[in-house]
Design a protein around this ligand. Structure first.
Ligand SMILES: Nc1nc2c(ncn2[C@@H]2O[C@H](COP(=O)(O)OP(=O)(O)OP(=O)(O)O)[C@@H](O)[C@H]2O)c(=O)[nH]1
Length: 638
């Protein structure tokens, strides 16, 4: 079965070794097999592919001679398994060719078959990895049509996962989120651990793309657990690799190093080049960036990674490797060699217009300008820096048009950050130009004009940065629908209140609040009335809490209240008061005659809970108890 969504794939040794093995096995090939024997062998190959794709390929090749005598369905099935095994070894060109053979043969079949969907996904996956996103998207869509027409839920979910991945690669994050959630719904119904692992992986990557790194980590960790449950060791390790990359993205370099060391110890002779390269590249990056950089080892690992990158087919991996290496060489003050690496990277970048290359292109320009500056090529540095400035603005614009509001703000902050860095660099260059121009007295007037423009741009950009950051802070803390604090803000505050309570030895209580039978409101009056009800409850909830308490929306129809310096008995009293007031409230939304809420209460006192998340979990449990005991109730911990 194709595990199409995992981006870093395993179990591949050098293709040359693999070809030698194929040749050596050829002499043992069976000349002919009965239909039944052939089917049994295909089943074995498919099972083997789960644990060792390389061995599966050897087995498949052993029976290649018998293929021509087989019915068409068996032949198609053969290519389906073979192409999946190639993809699992990150041998994408071979996988693409094999799945194409399967699809050609499938045209001759009398009945439609789910094999076609599988083959289309595999071919699409290989194309995706080779950089052809549009082609891949089309194939995923074809496969999905087949899966749907045959009413195959698992394959439908796989199609959605594939499409979700292409969507985020094409920066359509909102649509990607929607499609992945459709897949999640199916996977939940099927309780399919492997599928759930895949979806969590993809959601992790999507969240990481939109800058929600801690949420991304949660998804990667969940993916790890699902894959372990599904017995997919390699995929579980892949999720761990994603965790490590995420740590690096979050600047948690020591943690990234720790996870990478675990991954390093898991490298086997048949681990894929792509995966080994990824571990070494990530280690190198973390070693370079940690508080006390270990440049020597960072260089050692990037060189090691280079040995494996050579064998990797993915253009993008090769490109990133060259840029990463140039970053290290810069730190080693080996500017010339760093530039040589960037020149090679530039060659790889040429003709690539896909969005995926945007950040690499920006990194390349940024570093290149720095290197030229360090080498004293000031004009060149200035030119490249300006190019960087223009491209990063264009990059920002493309993003702004395609994203939902909150995401856009996220990027505004990133762009503002980039602008700040550009400004700093521009300022450095400006100083430099100043020196040059001072020497050339004739150009003094021009210099003044340039400086004036720069100053204006500088002031304008600073103004934008401050404005953008303020807006961002507000938006990232507030729930869009109700205007009260959102989940992120609540969790941040909860952690703070918890540590204050712990250090001052004070009590701290929290409520987990849920509207009873809220689904009925949506079902009866529609979602927009449901939304209004949520807004009103949020308003009332905020109003009915005491001055120092904090009330916000946790998500869906769930709210949380944080009550610092509040003992259990006080908390219960306030909760009952809140519950009664909601029960008897008059609602502005006419359709709502009456609403009740259930409240789970937990109190931290005398170190009874280790941290905020266990306190929150306990409040959730109490909420369930309140629901079970009839709703419109307050339940508290012992
Ligand atoms: N209108 C609206 N509905 C939402 C929103 N978020 C979640 N919901 C709905 O809230 C409902 C929650 O339903 P359930 O979890 O089944 O619970 P319930 O009907 O409140 O019943 P109990 O909690 O068991 O008392 C679902 O129908 C969701 O679609 C939202 O932002 N707006």
């Amino acid at each position: 079965m194709l595990k199409s969504v995992v981006k870093l794939i395993f179990q591949n040794s050098a293709p040359i070794l693999f070809i030698l093995l194929l040749i050596s096995c050829k002499s043992n090939a069976l000349q002919s097999l009965t239909d039944n024997d052939f089917n049994t062998f295909l089943l074995r190959a498919e099972q083997l592919n789960n644990s060792d794709p390389k061995a599966a390929l050897i087995l498949l090749n052993k029976h290649k001679e018998a293929l021509n005598t087989q019915p068409i369905t068996n032949q198609v099935n053969y290519y389906r398994i073979q192409s999946a095994a190639y993809a699992d070894q990150a041998l994408y060109s071979l996988s693409e060719a094999s799945s194409e053979l399967g699809l050609q043969l499938a045209k001759k079949m009398n009945n439609p078959s789910i094999f076609i969907a599988d083959l289309a996904y595999t071919k699409g996956f290989s194309m995706e990895n080779l950089g052809d996103f549009d082609g891949a998207f089309q194939l995923y869509q074809n496969g999905l049509d087949v899966a749907r027409s045959m009413n195959d839920q698992e394959l439908t979910a796989r199609g959605l996962i594939n499409i979700g991945a292409i969507l985020y690669l094409k920066k359509d994050y909102k649509q990607s989120l929607i499609v992945l959630n459709q897949a999640l719904q199916i996977a939940d119904e099927l309780s399919d651990d492997a599928l759930l692992g895949d979806i969590n992986s993809e959601l992790g990557i999507l969240y990481s793309y939109i800058g929600e790194q801690s949420q991304a980590n949660t998804y990667f960790e969940q993916a790890y657990q699902y894959f372990k449950k599904a017995g997919k060791h390699n995929y579980a390790l892949n999720s761990l690799n994603n965790v490590a990359i995420n740590h690096t993205n979050q600047k948690l370099y020591e943690q990234a190093i720790k996870v990478n060391r675990i991954l390093e110890s898991e490298i086997q002779p048949n681990t894929s080049n792509q995966f080994i390269a990824s571990i070494y590249r990530n280690l190198s990056r973390a070693l370079l960036k940690k508080a006390e950089p270990d440049i020597e080892n960072a260089y050692r690992y990037i060189i090691l990674a280079g040995e494996y990158v050579k064998e990797v087919e993915q253009h993008f991996v090769k490109l990133q490797y060259l840029i990463e290496k140039a970053f290290i060489l810069e730190k080693m003050e080996n500017y010339q060699e760093a530039l040589l690496n960037l020149e090679q990277a530039q060659v790889l970048l040429e003709g690539k217009s896909s969005d995926v290359y945007d950040t690499s292109a920006l990194n390349l320009l940024d570093l290149s300008a720095r290197l030229h500056y360090a080498l004293g090529h000031y004009n060149q540095a200035y030119k490249i820096q300006s190019q960087y400035f223009i491209q990063s603005i264009a990059y920002k614009k493309v993003r702004e048009t395609t994203e939902i509001d909150e995401l856009r703000l996220q990027y505004e902050s990133e762009t503002a950050q980039r602008h700040r860095i550009i400004l700093e660099k521009k300022q450095r260059l400006q100083n430099l130009q100043l020196q040059q121009m001072t020497l050339a007295a004739k150009n003094r007037q021009a210099l003044v004009a340039v400086l004036a423009v720069f100053t204006l741009v500088l002031a304008w950009c600073l103004f934008r940065i401050v404005k953008g950051q303020r807006r961002l802070i507000r938006a990232t803390r507030t729930d869009i629908l109700t205007g009260v604090a959102n989940r992120r803000r609540l969790l941040e505050l909860g952690e703070t209140y918890f540590s204050t309570a712990k250090s001052k030895n004070q009590a701290f209580s929290i409520y987990m609040i849920d509207i009873d039978f809220f689904k009925h409101i949506n079902d009866q009056f529609g979602h927009s009335i449901g939304d209004k009800a949520l807004q009103e409850v949020a308003l009332q909830g905020q109003r009915l809490m005491r001055e120092n308490d904090f009330f916000g929306r946790y998500g869906g129809e769930e709210f949380i209240a944080l009550l610092p310096n509040t003992t259990k008995s006080e908390a219960i009293e306030v909760a009952q008061n809140l519950r009664k007031n909601i029960e008897s409230a008059k609602w502005k939304t006419q359709q709502i005659k009456k609403l009740t809420i259930s409240i789970g209460v937990t109190t931290f006192e005398q170190d009874n809970y280790a941290n905020f998340s266990t306190l929150l979990k306990a409040a959730h449990e109490q909420l369930s108890k309140a629901k079970q005991s009839g709703r419109n109730k307050v339940s508290c911990d012992e």
